[in-house]
Ligand binder design. Sequence first.
Ligand code: FAD
Ligand code: NAP
Length: 339
Amino acid sequence: MTMQWQEQVSLKPFNTFGIDVKARYFVQVHDDDEVREALAEARRRGVPVFVIGGGSNLLLTRDIDALVLHMASRGRRVLVDDGERVVIEAEAGEPWHPFVQWSLEQGLCGLENLSLIPGTVGAAPMQNVGAYGVEIKDVFAGLTALDRETGELHEFDLRACAFGYRDSVFKRTPGRWLILRVRFALSHALQAHLDYGPVRQRLAEQGVQQPTAQAISDAICSIRREKLPDPAELGNAGSFFKNPVVAAEQVLRIRAEHPGVVAYPQDDGQMKLAAGWLIEQAGWKGYRQGDAGVHRLQSLVLVNHGQASGAQLHELAQRIQADILERFGVALEMEPNLY
Ligand code: FAD
Ligand code: NAP
């Protein structure tokens, strides 16, 4: 496959908010050699490099004066299968949801709760993607990344990734690591996680009594399709704010005024507040200013109704942050990566 360097490329089709900013240079890379070649060429031209996968966790507020390197590597394989424990691997550019579906078709369990998350395999470790009570750290078996400072390959195990809630060493050191491929430890036997949100109820409604991994995946897909806007129809980057983890006393203070506040206890004694609930209480659900808005069904999701710029969406996000801080004393942190 030959690499094609392009100039002044619109990134509108490459970010799920559908924001129309330009990349000074743009190249799609399909394997490790092309990654190295692109990095070397960027050095020769004296431009920084900005890596993107599916663009589903980005808020682009300006043109990108850099080489945008689009991960388009493909490949997925079973590395180990001893009849019980199975290790699979996928290249960074593999689209996430088809990879999850492929793992289910192999009869493998572990990724079902992470169905229908947009984006690529290579970006999933960036924020330790999670949904419905499972995060990739729970099924993680290792990854290979290129150190952009030294050009060397590094193997990361679970500890080295320092995964946290929507967080990892990769997110904390932006621009250092380029993730090339990721491995997952799955199983032929299902360990179902059904206690999160409406999963169990949806399975019951569907008449499923003994759910398989595929049935759980199908139930989660059906819930997500109802609740979340499809980026192909309405630009968005999923949850725009992280759920804030705060001291239990703070939740008690909020509860005194707002008895309905939604909060979940954490292992360390703190509480995780549902940011969506706070935003909805503050009256932002369905709000719209120009083409920048808050989704009408899910207040945690900011949406682009058409022509909103990244700066307009960012400004709306900042207004929401200021309002939530004033009303509840809670600081909301943005989840998507801002450029
Ligand atoms: P991009 O947006 O392309 O990139 C994100 C960041 O990772 C950027 O900083 C980029 O530079 C970096 N990056 C990308 N690829 C690499 C690589 N190979 N090596 C190094 N750095 C890289 N997230 C969840 O956690 N749970 C959910 O349930 C969830 N649901 C979503 C639902 C919707 C409708 C949408 C739009 C988003 C949702 N997200 C969710 C957010 C998003 O899909 C995930 O964070 C996803 O992993 C981002 O992948 P991407 O390939 O699109 O990353
Ligand atoms: P939801 O079911 O309406 O729940 C609201 C929030 O409460 C969720 O964000 C979730 O936190 C938390 N929660 C629910 N049940 C919980 C439990 N039993 N224990 C602890 N916390 C609980 O959420 P939703 O917005 O429809 O999303 C469903 C799942 O998909 C969530 O896990 C969410 O994170 C994930 N999702 C993520 C994105 C993204 O872009 N990051 C987008 C869409 C959906 P957590 O978010 O911490 O899980």
